[in-house]
Every structure is written in C-alpha cells, then in structure tokens.
Design a protein around this ligand. Structure first.
Ligand SMILES: C[S@@+](CC[C@H](N)C(=O)[O-])C[C@H]1O[C@@H](n2cnc3c(N)ncnc32)[C@H](O)[C@@H]1O
Length: 339
C-alpha cells in the first residue's frame, strides 16, 4: 500500500522534512523512503516544478541497527542518481535514535511523518496489573483476554491514551502547519478489546505457555507476571484522542483486514492436503510473531524454552486458522496539522 497519495500533496516546499518513525532495519527500511520520494517527485513533475531538497529522518529505538541502514545508503544514493539524474534532490538521510513517545526533531521542521507497524507498541507495560498485595491480576494471560478483569482492560486503555496523546503532542511541535502524518498500526474493529481480531494471537501464545506450565517446563508465576506492552485500539479511540489533543484534523481513518500469515505464500503451493496447508500457515505465522516478540519473551522466560514454545504455538495457530477466518485489523489514519 502506498503511504502517500499524490493527490494529497499541496504545494511542495523548497526543502521538505520527512520522518519515518519505527523504521527498523532491513531490506524494507529504505523502500518506504523511495516510495515517498517517488510520489513527491511525480507530483512536482505534474506541476511543472522541480523536486524539493529531501531531509529524510529514519527513527527507531536506541538499540536499532542504524549501522546496517547506513551501510546500504551508498547503493540507495546511486540508484536515486541513476533513476532521477544528478540534478535531483539532494536526498539527505539521517538516523534519529530515540522513542517517538518524546521529542525527536526541532520545532516546525517536518512536513510529512510516516509510521507503520509501530504505534501498537506502548511506552511501557501498563502500571496497575497487580493487586495492592502484589498478586498478578491477568493470571494465565499475556495480553487482554476474555478472562481479564475490568481493571486490566482499563489499565491498558489508559496507557494507550496517555501514550498516543503524548505522541501527538510531540509531533505537533515538530510538524509545520498544514503538514501531514500517515500512521498505520494494528487495531481492532469493535469497541470490545477482547474480540478475536484484537487479541487472539496473544491468547494462543499464552495457551502455548500454559501447556508448558502444565508440563512443569515454565513456572506459572512467570506467565502471570508477563504482560505485553502492546495495545490494539479501535477507530473511535483514535478519533477521541486526536480530538482531545487538538493539534490535528483527521483526514482519513480506515480499517483493513489482513491475513495472519500475510496471504498466499510460495511454499503453500507444495501443500497437497488441507492439513498440510494449515501446518504451513501455522509455521508462517509463528515465524513472523517470533521475529517480533522473541527478544521480549526471552528476557522474561529465558532463551532455552523458545524453540519448544514456538513449536507449540505454530501447531496451535495452524489448528486455529484451519477453522477460523479471523484476520488482523490494520488501522490507517491520515492527519493534518492545524494552522
Ligand atoms: C514491526 S517493526 C516495523 C518496521 C517498519 N516500520 C515496517 O513497517 O516494516 C516495529 C518497529 O517499531 C520500533 N518501535 C517500537 N516502539 C518504538 C518507540 N517508542 N519509538 C521508536 N520506535 C519504536 C521497534 O523498535 C521496531 O523496529
């Protein structure tokens, strides 16, 4: 999906500040930047004007592998020069380490901010998931679940509100009036945060951990005390926070359904039974979830159980997908900074 719609760009500035928040590091990091450059370039051409200078900022947490990104820049700059000519740009790319739940850029320095698959990560595990006596309240679960008490649901929702509002406040300082922000991240379609589209990937991971508790491989207390710093909001919650903070206007807000395994994979072609296909889908989902959450789980449960845990998870996901059409919900919100 394109993050920037050409028809949405007004008169390009002479020098544009553009930031990708939660850029990660890997082959996809610079794809997004290419996409943004191409879209703005096409718009400028259609207006008969030359492209602006691009100041491109790649942000992620301090421990992100920025060196890996920087090592791929010479090839990227060469490609841009070959495709667009030496007069184009310039494109000036910098890495900006730090949390997007805080200020990252100088005042009024950005025209466009993008973030994908990152804002569902909270700044911290919500406080208040233990009783006054220190007993875990979300027993046997690692995220919101049908069995989570109301105070746990409220603690998660409150943490999301505080984080998202802080995010908007910081960006409102950094983005010029009329500047745009496109954010996409995991969400849910209904107000109830415990529906399957909102949390069932975590439910199955908790179930896989609990099978290890029953077999004496993991301490129950360890599962009770782990809670993911994640929250999948519904569209209404986003709108409320944007209105409350007051600096941005919602231009578009859409919810998309996404397959847990990202759709048809090449390896599925070799599956000749439905059971084989379910197993392959389970494997694919477990691989992607493992890539995202393993480091978090390892520091709490230890490295030794990871292979066993994700083998169990893969099987559970395979069985689940064979009988359930549940999909993730991806929310995409486009915002404009008020004058
Ligand atoms: C799943 S990756 C998304 C990568 C890329 N944007 C994409 O769409 O493919 C999520 C990224 O968000 C980053 N992230 C999470 N919380 C963050 C925060 N508070 N500030 C900056 N980056 C954050 C993570 O470090 C991770 O690299």
């Amino acid at each position: 999906m394109k993050c920037l719609d050409e028809s949405n760009i007004d008169c390009p500035a002479e020098s544009m500040g553009i930031a990708d928040l939660g850029c990660s590091s890997g082959p996809n990091t610079l794809l997004l930047i290419s996409d943004i450059i191409d879209t703005i370039d096409a718009k400028c051409r259609s207006l008969g004007s030359s492209s602006p200078e691009f100041r491109l900022f790649l942000n992620d947490l301090f421990n992100n592998d920025f060196n890996d990104i920087f090592a791929s820049l010479p090839a990227f700059y060469n490609r841009i020069r070959e495709e667009k000519g030496t007069e184009f740009g310039p494109c000036l790319i910098s890495g900006v380490p730090g949390s997007f739940y805080g200020r990252l850029f100088p005042r009024n320095s950005l025209h466009f901010v993008h973030s994908s698959s990152s804002l569902h990560w909270l700044s911290q595990v919500p406080p208040g998931l233990e009783s006054n006596a220190g007993t875990a309240l979300n027993k046997g679960k690692i995220y919101l679940s049908k069995s989570s008490p109301q105070c746990v649901l409220e603690a998660y929702s409150k943490q999301f509100q505080e984080d998202f509002s802080l995010f908007l406040r910081c960006r409102s300082e950094e983005i010029v009036a009329g500047g745009r922000m496109v954010l996409s991240f995991m969400g849910r379609s209904s107000e109830d945060p415990t529906t399957e589209d909102s949390c069932y990937q975590w439910e199955l991971l908790a179930l896989a951990l609990m099978t290890m508790v029953y077999e004496g491989l993991v301490e129950e207390e360890k599962v009770d005390s782990f809670n993911a710093p994640y929250y999948a909001p519904c569209p209404e919650e986003l709108k409320v926070e944007v209105e409350k903070e007051g600096s941005f206007i919602v231009e578009r807000l859409e919810a998309f359904q996404v397959d847990w395994d990202g759709g048809m994979m090449e390896e599925y072609r070799t599956c000749d039974t439905l059971e084989g296909l379910s197993r392959a889908r389970g494997r694919q989902v477990a691989k992607t979830i493992r890539a995202v959450v393993e480091s978090m789980l390892e520091s709490h449960f230890g490295t030794e159980i990871m292979d066993d845990l994700f083998q169990r998870y893969q099987e559970m996901v395979g069985h689940y997908l064979a009988k359930s059409p549940t999909k993730y919900i991806n929310l995409v919100i486009s915002l404009m900074k008020r004058a």
